[in-house]
Design a protein around this ligand. Structure first.
Ligand code: DGL
Length: 285
């Protein structure tokens, strides 16, 4: 397994940070890249075809940056593009769903699993398919929670409105007597404390980011060692200042340098850095 080049993570926005933070904590000497297609957020409201095209452009971008592996830290993009991306590229491309599903199958005692996700992931049928491929007798209750995605993207992860919304999302799956709930959108673990309070101790919560930390060393050689983490190089196709502000609020422990990207004719282009103009020169010129 090659171990030269960084490991790239992708999400539509702030969600993939819930995967990144576990990786940075466990492998601080590894170089991680992070890209957010915030310009097209939220993916949950888009078609799987659109999401697939956008995500594949990001993989091309990561290859230009020398990435040795890509982690799709987004369930919606995993649902849209994992099989085609694995076929198209010769570096490892890993989704977040497989590890989460295996863990849920291990944890459930009564064979009833709940999944909270985006509308697009719900429509893709990915979770019931993957869960039942491991255990065909499982009952799976899936609930799209688009408002929660939006709340996290705006940096709201606690407080009464968040708790009310989490309750509304969780109640329909709890009514189906699930004993395990998968946070099937990477935005949701940012609200983990609220989920813990609302769900109670009888129900297990599966966070794909926690699972992939265990699973990744089976797939890749990772830089070992401790110490201060290497800064993550990040890009967003949205507003970089907004992205950096919310990221610093949600994950202050991750050192990160964010740069702008823009979409032009369906292609991603890195924005030229803004050069400070020497006004004295300008006046003289
Ligand atoms: N964080 C993403 C996921 O895991 C997508 C959220 C969105 O853009 O709607 O599905």
């Amino acid at each position: 397994m090659p171990n030269a080049g960084p490991i790239a993570l992708f999400d539509s926005g702030e969600g993939g940070l819930t995967v990144l933070r576990h990786l940075v904590e466990r492998f601080p000497q590894e170089q991680f890249l992070y890209a957010a297609d915030s310009g097209h957020f939220p993916y949950g409201e888009k078609s799987l075809d659109e999401v697939r095209q956008w995500f594949l452009s990001f993989v091309d971008f990561f290859l230009q940056k020398g990435a040795r592996a890509v982690i799709i830290a987004c369930n919606t993009a995993t649902a849209a593009a994992l099989p085609i991306a694995k076929r198209r590229y010769d570096i490892p491309i890993l989704g977040v769903v497989e590890a989460a599903v295996s863990r849920a199958v291990e944890l459930t005692r009564n064979g009833r699993v709940g999944v909270l996700c985006t509308e697009a992931t719900y429509k893709s049928g990915l979770y019931p398919r993957e869960l039942q491929s491991l255990n065909p007798t499982l009952e799976v209750a899936v609930k799209p929670c688009p408002i929660l995605v939006q709340m996290v993207e705006n940096g709201h992860t606690d407080g009464a409105p968040v708790e009310d919304e989490v309750r509304q999302c969780v109640e329909p799956v709890l009514t189906r007597q699930v004993d395990t709930i998968i946070l099937g959108c990477t935005h949701f673990p940012h609200m983990r404390d609220v989920f813990n309070r609302v769900v109670g101790q009888e129900v297990s919560i599966v966070d794909p980011g926690e699972e992939i930390v265990e699973y990744l060393p089976l797939e890749l050689d990772l830089a070992q060692g401790s110490g201060a983490p290497r800064p993550v190089l990040a890009w967003t196709s949205g507003d970089p200042a907004q992205f950096a502000t919310v990221t610093a609020k949600l994950c202050p422990q991750i050192p990160m340098v964010t740069r702008p990207l823009r979409w032009a004719d369906q292609q991603l282009a890195e924005e030229a850095p803004v050069l400070a103009l020497d006004t004295g020169e300008a006046e003289r010129g």
